[in-house]
Design a binder for this molecule. Structure first.
Ligand SMILES: [Zn+2]
Length: 307
């Protein structure tokens, strides 16, 4: 199996809000490296794309990418470059990216041009940004450049071009211990699970996560008995009595907590997000919690106006 570490650069129009755009971000460059099972670099990919949706380049993007005048004009069409890229990736590969946005934007652009989808359901990939946070035991999201500096990786190519960012991401991936990679898979849910049986359950080193199928509304999710059940992430089969029922004190995240007689406090976090093709889905994570974390949740729960 090959690891395809890729990065995209995209353009967005100035002064047009994201909802009124036909495409949120138009991809203008794809860069990637292919690594073998020993994480050795075996091939490179780097192509620019001639914009077809937003012809005027956002000046911040031109500056950040240090684009030469006329550089994109020489690029191929998105369908052509993306097609070549996927052909170069080969059949047996796993995508690796810094964060989760690149896979989404790649699929959105492919969908815009009616290209066949990467997959018709969720698929596993490697989120190097998340693995880096797990490795350094600090769940903040770090920029690629900060991570490169902290890992003392030699900066021999310029940042913020698709190829260089893919290259540096691959350098960081190489430094992440194999057991961290193996135990913390990420799932792309651009295409949500179609049925309850296809929902994704994944045990990671920090807890257990479920990616649900699409529901018509947020309210439907919050009434779904199976999703609301709090499981101990260690015993898995053990449903816990909720000592703190699901509540939300700010934003779209819901919290709950219980206690496993064997493993102690367990907290639940449910993020409800809009699905790409309508409806909503939940990403529910349960993890072991300290007494301090439990008390903090009780405190927040008490402050929530009458439910
Ligand atoms: Zn337990």
């Amino acid at each position: 199996m090959n690891y395809i570490v890729f990065d995209l650069e995209w353009n967005q129009p100035e002064g047009l809000d994201s909802k009124s755009r036909p495409l949120p971000f138009e991809i203008i460059e794809i860069g990637a490296v292919r690594l073998n099972e020993n994480f050795e670099l075996v091939s490179k990919f780097s192509r620019v794309i001639k914009p077809q949706v937003y012809n005027r380049l956002n000046r911040h993007i031109v500056k950040m990418l240090s684009l030469k005048p006329g550089e994109l004009e020489k690029g191929g069409s998105f369908e052509n470059v993306a097609g070549k890229f996927l052909e170069w990736c080969g059949e047996d590969c796993i995508f690796c990216t810094w964060g989760n946005q690149d896979l989404t934007e790649l699929q959105r652009n492919m969908n815009y041009y009616s290209m066949p989808p990467l997959s018709d359901g969720p698929f596993r990939y490697i989120d190097v940004q998340k693995l880096y946070s797990i490795m350094i035991d600090d769940m903040q999201q770090y920029s690629l450049e900060t991570a490169v500096d902290r890992m003392k990786i030699v900066k021999d190519v310029q940042f913020h071009r698709a190829f260089s960012d893919a290259y540096y991401t691959s350098k960081i991936l190489k430094l992440i211990p194999a057991d961290i990679i193996e135990h913390n898979p990420a799932y792309d849910v651009y295409h949500l699970p179609a049925t309850r049986d296809e929902e994704i359950h994944v045990s990671t080193s920090t807890g257990h996560t479920v990616y649900s199928r699409a529901f018509d509304s947020k309210e439907d999710i919050l009434q779904d008995k199976v999703l609301l059940t709090l499981w101990c992430p260690v015993c898995k089969g053990r449903a816990l009595k909720r000592r703190i029922n699901w509540f939300n004190h700010s934003g779209r995240n819901y919290h709950a907590a219980g206690k496993c007689i064997e493993h102690g406090y367990v907290s639940g976090l449910m993020r409800i997000r809009p699905g790409e093709f309508g409806g909503f889905y939940a990403e529910k994570t349960t993890s072991l919690a300290s007494e301090q974390e439990f008390l903090k949740l009780s405190e927040q729960y008490r402050k929530v106006p009458t439910k």
